[in-house]
Design a protein around this ligand. Structure first.
Ligand code: IPM
Ligand code: MG
Length: 407
């Protein structure tokens, strides 16, 4: 189990400094993390969101219920609103009651948000704004996105077998800073024309704490950490590089650190992905590189993620979007959300063995030759199944699969 919770982190509470054009973090304070101890019963908030969200949520819930029954623990599920669904019901993409409910839970499972219907709304009434508000207000600064190629899906990748076979990359993405949240921002009229701007900004303490998570993750994986930036052009990236170097060389001496410019990293991920073990990067670079990494594993429909903070519940969600084009047609792939539930069991609920069982059941379903449409290859001999059937198959395997598990 990754022990990020047992590390000491520096707290960066964001304070507006009067007169300053942007928001800078306050001075550093240390805080320690507390794990949710293993329990018999957990409160989990479900955020089904939009598009295919309700379908993949139903499948995931069924699978996790089967797991809980087999392994003798209980989950009390409670749904809450986020995204377009919350805009329609409450005129707010992440209402206060959703935030409070998430914070009062042991963990949060999120499906996906967004859709054509809300695309033209003003920014404060867009589904994405709800997601960003949730990340910020829950302090979820670290986003772990593992891209591990499963042998069953090698041919689903658009890349050659010898390039993707054995790929196992973890992208550690900073999630509450960068150009996503920087100020000033806006669209103004300057000299008679519109000018749009955002601020790419990182403070030392924000870089320090994500570097520590990345150092910890890398030390528990292959021991190699590649920090991605654009330090040849951007000042913010120069600071990123300096702070990451300090943290890793001083406090993670066994981790082998390298640096790469983001344009090169995007190219190297496709050219020879096996050179990477753990990647750490800022918010926008991580957004882009993690989508790219998903194509190594064959489908964005396979990529889970964990968003965690210094304390409190994490949020576990698939990396894919809400796929409004196939919503309500039982064509969605629920596996990324099911694998996100496995990350929840590992990181939030202190049940690493159950997490491993869930991952095994997903692989067993693929071994059994069933594929959702996104994974289906011509002449692979596999049977196409819908979202609901995939959920049923994985749930059945979770209940019956023969694994040596101590619970
Ligand atoms: C992601 C998504 C989000 C992001 C969007 C929906 C705001 O692309 O989680 O990667 O940009 O972070
Ligand atoms: Mg993205």
């Amino acid at each position: 189990m990754v022990s990020y919770r047992f590390l000491e982190f520096l707290t960066a509470s964001l304070l507006a400094s009067p007169g300053a054009a942007f928001v800078v973090p306050s001075s550093k304070q240390s805080s320690s993390l507390k794990a949710v101890a293993k329990k018999d019963s957990y409160a989990v908030t479900l955020l089904p969101g939009d598009g295919i969200g309700p379908e993949i949520t139903a499948a995931t819930k069924q699978v996790v219920q089967a797991l809980a029954t087999r392994c003798n623990f209980r989950i009390e599920w409670k749904e809450a609103l986020i995204g377009g669904a919350a805009i329609d019901a409450k005129n707010d993409p992440f209402p206060q009651e959703s935030l409070e409910q998430c914070l009062a839970s042991d963990s949060v499972l999120l499906a996906c948000i967004g859709g054509y219907k809300w695309d033209k709304n003003p920014r404060e009434l867009r589904p994405e704004t709800g997601l960003l508000k949730m990340r910020k207000e829950m302090g979820l600064f670290a986003n772990l996105r593992p891209a591990k190629v499963l042998p069953q899906l090698i041919d689903a990748s658009t890349l050659k077998r010898e390039i993707v076979e054995g790929v196992d990359v973890m992208v550690v993405r900073e999630l509450t800073g960068d150009v996503y949240f920087g100020t000033p921002k806006g669209i103004d009229i300057v000299n008679g024309q519109r000018v749009g701007y955002n601020n790419m900004i990182y403070s030392e303490s924000e870089i320090d704490r994500i570097a520590r998570v990345a150092g910890d993750v890398a030390s528990k994986r292959g021991g190699k950490l590649c920090s991605v930036d654009k330090a040849n052009v951007l000042d913010v990236s120069q600071l990123w590089r300096d702070v990451v170097t300090d943290v890793i060389t001083k406090d993670f001496p066994d981790v082998q650190l390298s640096h790469m410019y983001v344009d090169n990293a995007a190219m190297q991920l496709i050219r020879w992905p096996k050179q990477f073990d753990t990647i750490v990067c800022g918010n926008i670079f991580g957004d882009i590189l993690s989508d790219e990494a998903s194509m190594l594993v064959g489908s964005l429909g396979m990529l889970p993620s964990a968003s965690i903070g210094e304390s409190g519940p994490g949020v576990f969600e698939p990396c894919h979007g809400s796929a409004p084009d196939i919503a309500g047609q039982d064509k969605a792939n629920p596996l990324a959300m099911i694998l996100s539930a496995a990350m929840m069991l590992q990181y939030d609920l202190d049940r690493p063995e159950e997490a491993a069982l869930l991952e095994k059941a997903v692989e067993a379903a693929l071994d059994a030759g069933v594929r959702t449409p996104d994974l289906k290859q011509e002449n692979d001999g596999c049977k196409v199944v819908g979202c609901a059937e995939m959920g049923e198959i994985v749930a059945k395997l979770v209940a019956e699969i023969d694994v040596d598990i101590k619970v």
